[in-house]
Structures are given as structure tokens and as C-alpha cells.
Write a protein that binds this ligand. Structure first.
Ligand SMILES: Cc1cc2nc3c(=O)[nH]c(=O)nc-3n(C[C@H](O)[C@H](O)[C@H](O)COP(=O)(O)O)c2cc1C
Length: 311
């Protein structure tokens, strides 16, 4: 492995709080890293580069107040269609962002640049072929985005995808999709993953940008309320059924709609602006709580699972 997964003991739980558009922010990220959990947010969640810079400043100020926090990560869409990429990458370099979560495309120059400032790059993959290309281009670890994940997701079962990735590379794997408990994190390790990557479980945390409607909707939902479709914005994603129905979407029609081109989230039809996303793990979102408490609970569940299963 090209990097120390504990970051010199600063990572206390093998978990990354995944980047979530319109949910993650510096407050959630700081809460996670203060608990020894890697936290993250997407650069594209900020409307302008100035706001992105403000978020990075907020991270630096917050980190200065913490005792030996875990590292944080920024999600960058490294595909050439992301017009903000060059400037956002410049800012990541200026702030020496320790981990960059890269998605879409796998350009060699982006990975080389991240390595030049001492950063490491974890790249999103949804198939073994994506993994092969990302490793060739220089990614340090692969985020296996499986079926059941929130947001833009993969379609492959986690066991199948991890096994296939293992046939093409021994780079560290970060498992994503449907995990909610400390026991799930331990299970991800048993499958050969270095970290678990959890998004949905954190949406209803007090620190996030999610509003009361989002939190209460998720609390009322279980996995049967999640609908998979690539037809809303052109990319495969999991959507929350009650919010699709509220927007007047006919689920039977959606199930048979052929996806169009991938469109920028800002350009998705206004009708869909209140449609929310979550993954199959939504059934474990039971209350609005602090991410500090949630991280502490996950650490304790993880230790119990480790003790119980190794006994
Ligand atoms: C509301 C929402 C927004 C997301 N936005 C992004 C994003 O901007 N960038 C990204 O790489 N992944 C995004 N994701 C995917 C997550 O990073 C992660 O892969 C996923 O949440 C893991 O699955 P889980 O939700 O079942 O835990 C998003 C997920 C959710 C639920």
C-alpha cells in the first residue's frame, strides 16, 4: 500500500464520510475528523470558487482548534466537461488538500499534480475496467461505488465488484453503498476493503446542509422507498420515492424512460429540484443527531463487532 491508512494513528475508524452534493459542508467534515474519521465535501457543492476558498479557510481554522484530527478530503470532478476543474485544482494545491476524491474520467495529469503537493487520490469506480484504467493513470486507491449507494451510484453487487477489482489490482479498495453501522464497516474490511464510505447515514446529522424536510423524509423511509433511475439527469442514481411522487413523477413511466445525456445538476429540470437522493441504507436513519455522536456510536459498534466476531 502506498500510504498509511491510519495516517500515523490519526484515523481511529476505517471510515470516510462520503462527499454529498448539497449535504456535506465544512461543519460535517470537521465533526468527522475530530472523531478520527475521514471527512469530505465536494468542491462543486460551492456555488463559486470564492465560496470554495471560504470552505477551505473554514477547514484550516477548524483544524487548528483540533487535537490530532484525521485528514480531510475534497471531491473533484476531474472530467474535462467540469469547467471549474482547473481553478478548483489550483485551490486544492494552494491548501495542500491531503486527500482528493476524484470522480469521472481518470486523467494521469490530475493524479500527478495531486501527488506533487503530497496529496493522495482516491478514484470513484463502478466496474473492474474503471479500476484498471484508474490504477494505470496513478490513482492511490479505488472507491468501489456499488449498487444501493446514494447519489450517483453503481449497479454491481459489492461482493461481485470487490472480487473483480481484486483480480485486476491490489490497490486499496474503499467500499461504498448501503452501509450504516459499525458492524458494516467491519464487514467491509472482512471483504478486503481498507475503508468503508458512508453517505446516506450522515444526511440527517445536525451539521449538514440538509433541511428538516430532507431529514424527516429519510427518517420515515426504508430501502423499499428508494428508486433507481438514470433518467432524471442522465446518470444512474438512487432517488427517494415520496419526493418523486410529490414532484408528480409517474414511477411506471420513469422505470421505462430511456436516459438522455448526462446533464449538469444545475440544469436538471426545475420539476426535479425538490427530488431528494439517498441509498438503500436509509432504513437506519432514525433521528436527527450530531455527527459527533454518530461517529462515536459507529466506533463503539465497530469495536463490539470486532470483539464478537474474533471471539
Ligand atoms: C445526497 C447525495 C449526494 C451525493 N453527492 C455526491 C457528490 O457530489 N460527489 C460524489 O463523488 N459522490 C456523491 N454522492 C455519493 C457518495 O459520495 C457515496 O458514494 C454514497 O453516499 C455512498 O453510499 P450510501 O449513501 O449508501 O452510504 C452523493 C450521495 C448522496 C446520498
Amino acid at each position: 500500500m502506498g500510504f498509511d491508512p491510519t495516517f500515523e494513528g490519526r484515523v481511529k475508524l476505517p471510515l470516510i464520510v462520503a462527499p454529498m452534493f448539497l449535504v456535506s459542508n465544512p461543519a460535517l467534515t470537521l465533526a468527522a475528523i475530530s472523531q478520527g474519521v475521514i471527512g469530505s465535501f465536494p468542491a462543486h457543492a460551492t456555488r463559486t470558487r470564492e465560496i470554495f476558498k471560504d470552505w477551505l479557510d473554514e477547514m484550516e481554522a477548524g483544524i487548528a482548534e483540533l487535537d490530532n484530527p484525521a485528514p480531510y478530503a475534497v471531491n473533484l470532478v476531474v472530467h474535462p466537461t467540469n469547467k471549474r476543474m482547473p481553478g478548483d485544482m489550483d485551490l486544492c494545491e494552494a491548501y495542500r488538500v491531503p486527500i482528493v476524491l476524484t470522480s469521472k474520467g481518470a486523467p494521469k495529469d490530475a493524479f500527478a499534480r495531486i501527488h506533487d503537493w503530497g496529496g493522495i487520490a482516491f478514484h470513484d469506480v463502478a466496474s473492474a475496467r474503471h479500476a484498471e484504467k484508474a490504477v494505470e493513470a496513478g490513482a492511490d486507491a479505488l472507491i468501489a461505488v456499488c449498487g444501493g449507494a446514494g447519489g450517483h451510484c453503481g449497479t454491481i453487487n459489492p461482493f461481485a465488484l470487490v472480487n473483480e477489482i481484486r483480480e485486476v489490482t491490489d490497490k486499496p479498495i474503499i467500499l461504498s453503498g448501503g452501509m450504516s453501522t459499525g458492524r458494516d464497516i467491519y464487514a467491509a474490511q472482512a471483504m478486503g476493503a481498507t475503508y468503508a464510505y458512508m453517505g446516506t447515514r450522515f444526511i440527517a446529522c445536525e451539521e449538514t446542509l440538509a433541511n428538516e424536510r430532507y431529514a424527516q423524509t429519510l427518517i420515515a423511509c426504508t430501502s423499499k422507498d428508494i428508486f433507481f433511475s438514470a433518467a432524471l439527469d442522465g446518470a444512474p442514481a438512487n432517488w427517494v420515492v415520496p419526493t418523486l411522487l410529490e414532484a408528480g413523477v409517474d414511477l411506471n413511466k420513469l422505470a421505462t424512460t430511456i436516459p438522455g445525456e448526462i446533464v449538469d445538476s444545475g440544469k436538471v429540470d426545475k420539476r426535479y429540484s425538490h427530488v431528494l437522493s439517498a441509498g438503500h441504507g436509509v432504513g437506519m436513519v432514525k433521528k436527527v443527531e450530531s455527527a459527533l455522536d454518530l461517529c462515536a456510536q459507529l466506533k463503539s459498534e465497530y469495536q463490539h463487532a470486532k470483539t464478537a466476531l474474533s471471539a
